[in-house]
Design a protein around this ligand. Sequence first.
Ligand code: PBG
Ligand code: ZN
Length: 327
Amino acid sequence: MYPQRRLRRLRKRAIQPLFRETKVLKEDLIAPVFFDENLSERKPIESMPGQFRYPVAEAADVAQRLSESGIQAMLLFGIPKSKDESASEAWNEEGVIQNVVRAIKSEVPDMVVITDVCACEYTSHGHCGIIGDTPCGPDLLNDPSLELMMRIAVSHAASGADIVAPSCMLDGQVTAIREALDEEGFEDIPVMSYSTKFASALYGPFREAADSGMAFGDRTTYQLECGNAREAFLESEMDLSEGADILMVKPAGFYHDIIASITSLGVPVAAYQVSGEYSMIKAASEKGWLDERSVVMESVKSIKRAGADLIITYFAEDIAGWLNEEQ
Ligand code: PBG
Ligand code: ZN
């Protein structure tokens, strides 16, 4: 009548730390950071309390601060001084990201600099590439946009980026970028593809952060429908076959099953805890409804448990601080 198998034996307070299956480490984390060419001082992002748009001049300081907390990698987003239909600022040698990358790599050379390769912060219409007329109305044109991504990726690599991360969900994005990089002598620069990116309502706060709201339409003709698990797997499988070095699932929290399925492909998997995931936790914590630190740690631990090797999160610096306290 009494149980012989008692799993609680290993949960005694002193013993249980020996059996923790999942640990989040500082080196698992990538901090996304926004740089705005129009600013001379940092500006708070209202929909993401605790996050800022930084001026280009602060790039090295931000990298230094993250590095001191133990964060080894950053994912960079830029807001340019001008936008146009063809996103020409995105591949300007003296553009916002290009200048930020050079500043960080010259002052904090050990920081791994990853750049978001996309056009939505740089186009006047806010879409991720070139828009043209199609039989169903104006829409993102795949192949002309690929040429744009090739130029952007090469310009990021030329300014010193360690890894490029295409986020535009174009067909053939990895092949195109790989070929362009190799052609220019950047065959050692890895591609971290946003290979499985859903058309998610959780990107809402990011659009304020990166000033990338759309003048018309939405991203559902290029990003994935949230219920499509098979297609999500196929997207990552195709990017792998095109030569992606690292795959990514985005968002992270609502998509643990997808993260778990993609780990079977055998290359490292990153998961992006996106702006909406950040803001939900922040808002509830500010109201006193959730304990921020506990919920943040639970959220990233569960993303790692699902199989992610790397976690892109706006909480990176906070988490590093908490882990440092525990040491
Ligand atoms: C740009 C891009 C987006 C995000 C990362 N890169 C926005 C989008 O696709 O609309 C979202 C990140 C976030 O919400 O934190 N393609
Ligand atoms: Zn985009």
